[in-house]
Design a protein around this ligand. Structure first.
Ligand SMILES: Nc1nc2c(c(=O)[nH]1)N[C@H]1C(S)=C(S)[C@@H](COP(=O)(O)O)O[C@H]1N2
Ligand SMILES: [Mo]
Length: 367
């Protein structure tokens, strides 16, 4: 793990060619769990099965003394407690969240950080109050450009001590579907998911959905904090400022068919008709198609698409596989969005292991 003596702004380390997962990475992986992929079966991810990503510690926040301040380039700064926030108009959005680092451990060489494979995803019903009317009441200054969301959690990251903070542009922060959420699946937010209040920015990768929110600052200058300027960027090398990571790229996942081998997670199915089921999502537009290959990508069959609970929620897909000859197979799944963006077979590499939406591969033995 990076030490506190790291040079501020230093890049994440990249693993040497044969370097395995270290105890430091295992510490991260044991804290930040993924969604077991069999939970793709549920429209709404049941409590505890939603993936979890916490950069520092889960802060202990007393909901009775919690306050949210809205300040900076506004005409009338606002301070709200939880009761006043709950009195405001209430809406619920069903939203699929995916960590921008999902798929990081599949890059070669492997950027060292939380080593996700495919499982950093989940879908919840988020209830809260829309942010845009609150910001309008505060009176956004005409020259404002960014809105910074700051959490209560504190730590150091690559030598930079900070409270977790991320910004959105004024336009993105005032989109109709952006919420200050205080409930998840009809219950008060659990501690690990941002209690008592978090931001929900539907369609954005996970890092934008700031948990344990304590302050919203409107700025007339672009935000240059660590999580925007350094961390969540698509970089090639140490000197590359990189492009920002923003909205979720299209992705499909297969709920694991048959049953698993304990050690390898290889799937075992009986020859004959195998019902394949999964989910697909995207942060922009809609999922137009899901395809499955059982021959290593040589040929593809189109799955049947199901319903989705909201514009930014995953949708189900299904396909019957006629598994004939016993033997080992590699199943491959890919989504295409309504603009024709297809999940790639191989993801172009980036230095911090971000936004990897290469097509999932699942090892299956037909017996
Ligand atoms: N305050 C704060 N907000 C945060 C984080 C964090 O570490 N601190 N992690 C972010 C990241 S990287 C992700 S992927 C999502 C994860 O949300 P979840 O744990 O509710 O699934 O929260 C985001 N919001
Ligand atoms: Mo994340």
């Amino acid at each position: 793990m990076t030490s506190v003596s790291a040079r501020p702004g230093e890049l994440a380390r990249v693993a040497a060619p044969a370097e395995g997962i270290s105890a430091d990475e295992l510490k991260l992986a044991a804290r930040n769990h993924g969604m077991p992929l069999e939970a793709l079966r549920y429209d709404i991810t049941p409590p505890g099965l939603h993936y979890l990503l916490v950069h520092y510690d889960i802060p202990f926040v007393d909901p009775a003394s919690w306050r949210l301040t809205i300040n900076g380039a506004v005409e009338r700064p606002v301070e709200l407690d939880l009761a006043r926030l709950r009195e405001r108009p209430q809406v619920t959005h069903t939203v699929t969240l995916e960590c921008a680092g999902n798929g990081r451990a599949r890059f070669l060489p492997r950027p060292i950080s939380q080593p996700w494979l495919d499982e950093a995803v989940g879908t919840a019903q988020w209830t809260g109050t829309p942010l845009a009317p609150l910001l309008r009441e505060a009176g956004i200054a005409p020259d404002a450009v960014d809105v910074v969301f700051t959490g209560q959690d504190h730590g150091t990251e690559r030598g930079v001590e900070q409270d977790y903070a991320r910004s959105l542009s004024v336009a993105d922060a005032t989109a109709d579907d952006v919420l200050l959420a205080y409930e998840m699946n009809g219950m008060p937010l659990p501690p690990q998911h941002g209690a008592p209040v978090r931001l929900i920015a539907p369609g954005w990768y996970g890092m934008a959905h700031v948990k344990w929110l304590r302050e919203i600052t409107v700025q007339a200058e672009p935000f240059t904090g660590f999580q925007n300027a350094t961390a969540y960027r698509l970089k090639q090398d140490a000197d590359d400022p990189g492009e920002p990571v923003t909205r979720v790229r299209p992705k499909a996942l297969l709920a694991p068919p048959g049953f698993p081998d304990f050690q390898t997670r290889r799937r075992i199915v009986d020859a004959g008709e195998v019902a394949l089921f999964g989910r697909a999502w995207t942060g922009t537009g809609t999922v137009a198609r899901v395809e499955v290959s059982t021959d290593g990508g040589a040929s593809w069959r189109e799955a049947e698409l199901g319903e989705q609970a909201g514009p930014r929620a995953w949708r189900s897909w299904r396909l019957t596989w006629h598994a004939g000859m016993p033997g080992d197979y590699e199943l491959c799944v890919r989504a295409t969005d309504d603009r024709g963006e297809v999940q790639p077979a191989e993801q172009p590499w980036n230095r911090q292991g971000m936004a990897n939406n290469m097509a999932q591969r699942v090892d299956v033995t037909v017996r």
